[in-house]
Design a protein around this ligand. Sequence first.
Ligand SMILES: Nc1nc2c(ncn2[C@@H]2O[C@H](COP(=O)(O)OP(=O)(O)OP(=O)(O)O)[C@@H](O)[C@H]2O)c(=O)[nH]1
Ligand SMILES: [K+]
Ligand SMILES: [Mg+2]
Length: 449
Amino acid sequence: MAETIFALSSGAVPSGVAVIRVSGRETKMVLEKICGRVPDARKASVTRLKDPATGEVLDEALVLFFEGPRSFTGEDVAELHCHGGRAVVGKVLSELGKFENCRPAEAGEFTRRAFYHGRMDLTEVEGLADLIAAETESQRKQAVRQMGGALGELYEGWRSRLIHMRAMIEADFDFADEEDVPGSVADEVWSEAAALHGEIAIHLDKSKSGERLRSGLQVVLMGAPNAGKSSLLNAIAGRDVAIVTEEAGTTRDVIEVHLDLGGYPLTLVDTAGLRDAGGIVEREGIRRAQARGQEADLILWAMELDGVPYDDPVSGLPEELREKIPLWIVRTKSDLVTLPEQDSSGTIKEISCSDRNEEGVKMLISALTRFAEETISLGEAPLATRERHRHYLSNCLTGLKTAVHANHLPTELRAEDLRRAADALGRITGRIDVDDLLDVIFRDFCIGK
Ligand SMILES: Nc1nc2c(ncn2[C@@H]2O[C@H](COP(=O)(O)OP(=O)(O)OP(=O)(O)O)[C@@H](O)[C@H]2O)c(=O)[nH]1
Ligand SMILES: [K+]
Ligand SMILES: [Mg+2]
């Protein structure tokens, strides 16, 4: 990391204040040249920024200096809080680019350096990315917890238990000839390994919750053409998102609305009405609708409320979706008929509403909010939040399981499985060779972070 990097780290200009961050070996030199001195570390000072060549004043800025390793990146870091005008920011950045060994930062490069200098583990890096992307209150909570190291600590704790187990086995091995006691240390280790397997399995089981919280629950509106799906989407979103007409087959594209329901993220998806007929475009729409249904956490099956008893309410829904995905029936256009409250199939939740009746829409929204709370409730324990975590957790479990059950194999081989299990956890936190992972993880970062 020979080069010093710089970037605009605050949002788009123009803005009231723009924060330009500098990190690397030349930071002090840069400060001397454009501020005239290196300010006291961690103390804000108002300073004139000057063009080092001509002495021309570029801006009056609030300058902060953090001496490495006590900084975000672990290197010397400066923050120049300039006025957020386009020309001001452009001029300061171009002056910084003129210094030798200084160049604009790449996306995520400040955080990458923080990781390299041991300021953050990989789960903390991911937590930071999630915090920046968080749109709802529950996403913010989960991200703050992960950025604070809760998930990394959990995994490092498990990993050190595994390392300890291996050490016990090796010690036992070394002394095997000397002491001839039945019921060796190894037996204890294997039962502890089995217990750890149980703990990790429970954690992995809950990981779907953490991932859903990051990406939002997927709720897909499906039903026959003209059932009133798009009208319902518009009513729930509170704005005119999808085209509504009396023509059957109006919607073709998959239309998404992102909702914040009581702090929980939920994506509501409108789709083409399902039917056999239709032209090329509509058939493609129907194919997309079904594909989207496959990924749903919940399908809302829209059908007109008509008072006619039905045997199979969801006869239009493909078989594979019915069996796999939770489903509610939403009886639409409830303003057109008045019916006594009817109990239908009993097992499927049924809600009546109409885009012309605020009460019905409110009922549906609160039912969806409860569904979100139940599906992705945040407990006390940190949750795995990414497919990447799930992948290595299952590798860890495989290693543990093999070690525990292979009592016909030599102890060295079983200890090797424990090592594999520990390494899998080390790859989640970044303690074990992760070079191949870094590009994927830092890809989501923006410039200046
Ligand atoms: N009276 C009444 N009419 C409704 C209601 N909801 C929808 N409609 C009407 O029903 C027709 C179809 O509504 P859409 O929302 O386009 O139905 P859709 O299910 O999205 O239809 P496709 O996209 O073609 O599959 C339109 O003429 C709407 O105005 C309702 O709650 N009450
Ligand atoms: K329609
Ligand atoms: Mg529609």
